[in-house]
Design a protein around this ligand. Structure first.
Ligand code: GLP
Length: 260
């Protein structure tokens, strides 16, 4: 796992966007895995700016969202379908229909999960999966003790996750209890993983994911098994890591052909 520690949250967004832009430049019809939550917003803003400035053409890009709430009305501003449309599809000028989000309102949710996996396979798999991490170490909505082999499925949100996400809703009771999320096994099939985190609330989860034992108690620790996982964080989110000086040293001496 490559761990890059940068001084500010803004620099995290900028560098992570550069990595995604490089993937698209190399493969214009790249398939991008899209996370919601606040962590990746700076990436999407930066990519949008690159597109508007004529430095990036994302018109052939396709995408798959990581997760969605179950039962949330489609047009609700906090449904992940709405968030992805507002934060990704529109600013990056992606083609309509080019991004799929799990269907949290399907009559047969289990069948919808199977179809979602099939759609990802038919698209040729994900080239780069953008990830945030929950304070309890979840990725997507794979809460602690999720199976490392799990596929897209229905999960019950942990009370902490519901409390953390209450800030997006008018009333905490409005936060859905269930979700559909890509599984850890699904996420691990992406050709590259790119996890970003900012701020002290993520410091323990980052330390557990990057330096702790690989354990389903911290789902993010599965990244240690991925051959191409990059973690870009700010100083504050790096606060509980023990090898930060080494990460700075490797980044400072990163070979030019590996830079992005
Ligand atoms: C959310 C999402 C995750 C996200 C995480 C952290 O609920 N399902 O994909 O990475 O929790 O959220 P945030 O980036 O807002 O801290």
């Amino acid at each position: 796992m490559e761990i890059i520690v940068l001084p500010t949250p803004a620099e995290v967004g900028e560098l992570a966007a550069r990595k995604v832009a490089q993937t698209i430049a190399r493969k214009p019809a790249a398939v991008i895995g899209l996370a919601t939550g606040s962590s990746p917003l700076a990436i999407y803003a930066e990519l949008g700016a690159l597109v508007r400035g004529g430095h990036l053409d994302a018109s052939q890009v396709r995408g798959f969202a990581l997760d969605e709430y179950v039962g949330i009305p489609e047009g609700h501003p906090q449904s992940y379908a709405s968030v992805i449309k507002r934060e990704v599809v529109e600013p990056l000028g992606l083609a309509p229909g080019s991004v799929l989000v799990p269907d949290g309102r399907a009559h047969d949710l289990e069948a919808a999960c199977v179809q979602y996996e099939a759609a990802m396979r038919d698209a040729g798999g994900v080239d780069i999966q953008i990830l945030g991490i929950g304070a309890n170490g979840h990725i997507g909505f794979n809460e602690p003790t999720s199976s490392f082999a799990s596929r897209t499925r229905i999960k019950t949100l942990a009370p902490q996750t519901r409390a953390d996400n209450a800030r997006f809703f008018d009333n905490p009771d409005e936060v859905p209890m269930h979700c559909v999320t890509q599984g850890l096994g699904t996420i691990m099939e992406a050709r590259e993983l790119l996890l970003v985190a900012q701020g002290g609330r993520k410091a323990a989860a980052i330390a557990a994911a990057a330096e702790g034992p690989v354990s389903s108690m911290c789902p993010g620790s599965i990244l240690q098994f991925h051959p191409y996982a990059t973690v870009i964080i700010d100083e504050v989110a790096a606060g509980q890591l023990t090898l930060t000086d080494y990460y700075r040293h490797t980044y400072a001496n990163k070979p030019s052909w590996q830079r992005f």
